[in-house]
Write a protein that binds this ligand. Sequence first.
Ligand code: 3Y8
Ligand code: NAP
Length: 248
Amino acid sequence: MRPTLILGGTTEASRLAAAMAARGSPALFSYAGRVEAPRPQPLPTRIGGFGGAEGLARFLREEGIGRVVDATHPFAARISRNAAQVCAQAGIPLLSFERPPWRPAPGDDWTEVPDLPAAAQALRELPPERIFLAIGRQNLELFAQAPQHDYLLRLVDPPEAPPPLPRAGIVIARGPFTPEGDLELLRRQRITKILAKNAGGSGAEAKLIAARRLGLPVLLVARPEAPERPRVAGVEEAMDWIHADLGV
Ligand code: 3Y8
Ligand code: NAP
């Protein structure tokens, strides 16, 4: 069986890696190298970009990859585009393993915005608030246009430079998070609004559950368009797909 490449960086990717390792199916795991110490995986792991689509195509060829599972985050749009393009050209089967978007539940006070620039624009027009900007480290510069707010940032690693925001508190923490922990954080920081990406899944959901309990408004950023390709939302379905064409 030729090895499967898992494009990782999410809770789902880690679950799939564990299932592949338990079954003894040949697989490689890939991280972008975004954080200092990504979670170790029970599979041979490569860390860092491939070098664009052509770098990915070369990697697939040189490693004799039989199929690719794109288990990256729904906001990781570039790697997903590259994988779709390269796998189509190389005739290598590609599966997207992604969690469905979160849907509002009774008691949620969500305002959906199409993308991060629209979210920054929405904050620009508001009187000063205490905002939990729970989008990680990338794209913070967009919010310099709304400097009137007190921001709380949650980053995986300490930032090399101060964030481009005049008033920002920083918590260094790596998910998955818990509703109790996030409830405590929101209370302690006297947060009045949360900005989050519609990541889906359980690892980032804690802050939304805590917001529901506190009746806090949430500005939720819709995920970018994903390329057309087969998709599953569960480990078992992904494992069936990987082993289907092998009759094993
Ligand atoms: C490097 C590798 C696992 C995966 C765990 C999931 C859950 C916990 C919640 C908040 C939101 C955020 C952020 C978040 C979560 C999981 C998952 C998820 C959100 C690690 C990891 C890598 C990254 C990259 C990092 C981004 C950042 C985003 C923080 C590992 C820990 C905000 C996304 O400093 C940076 O440059 C960080 C960049 C991309 C978004 C951003 O734009 O800043 N994730 N996160 C991956 C790589 O190198 O390829 O150590 O596990 C993984 C996880 N982070 O195996 O259990 O499945 O989503 N990650 C968001 O959802 O909004 C935090 O604070 O409430
Ligand atoms: P992105 O914008 O789609 O990708 C940017 C570049 O990073 C890609 O072109 C590729 O570089 C490299 N890359 C991304 N994911 C990779 C992977 N798994 N293996 C090897 N190279 C990868 O991605 P991103 O939003 O920066 O996310 C980076 C990683 O963090 C992904 O693994 C993603 O799953 C994880 N993550 C992202 C978010 C988020 O909010 N964006 C949240 C949680 C986890 P080359 O072009 O050089 O190949």
